[in-house]
Ligand binder design. Sequence first.
Ligand SMILES: [Mg+2]
Ligand SMILES: [Zn+2]
Length: 192
Amino acid sequence: MWKRICTDRQPAIFVDRDDTLMVDVNYCDDPRLVQLIPGAAEGIRELRRAGYMVIIVTNQSGIGRGYFSVETLGKIHESLRDKLRERDADYDAVYYCPHLPDDGCDCRKPKPGLLLRAASDLNIDLSASYAIGDRDLDVEAGRAAGTRTVLVLNSDREQGENCKAADFIVSSLEEAAKLILTGTRGRGETGV
Ligand SMILES: [Mg+2]
Ligand SMILES: [Zn+2]
């Protein structure tokens, strides 16, 4: 029993930041600009209560471009945490890619590096986890890491080709949480 508890891996929600958790303001460089997307705090809250770790995975090439510092990014994430806590929600960790698209790193989504690093650091069971985001690259990163995937279409953005690859397509994080927590099966999943 002792061994089992110590080796149990946790399920997680890997959630995109911009236009999934908070309104994208294009290279956010000021904590005062943080504004939650409707339903985001509620969805995160329910998923954490159900035992999922919530890990933000976000491309932040604004650092590589010199638009803002790592320190500023930290302040933005503190502000995001404050706004989530006002609604009884929170996150467990943030993993970000600071690189430029041409840097050839292994962590800029759609590469799965951020998810794989978090899974290793935090003992996460990827097959029991979900990647949630508003863009194809979020879905691709999740699939490459071995999670199930949810596309949140919370704007009028046209669905890309790869949207067809998401297990679920929803209109808010709140809706994503409901689907996950009721055990609804995604597209293409077969029964046990
Ligand atoms: Mg996004
Ligand atoms: Zn990177």
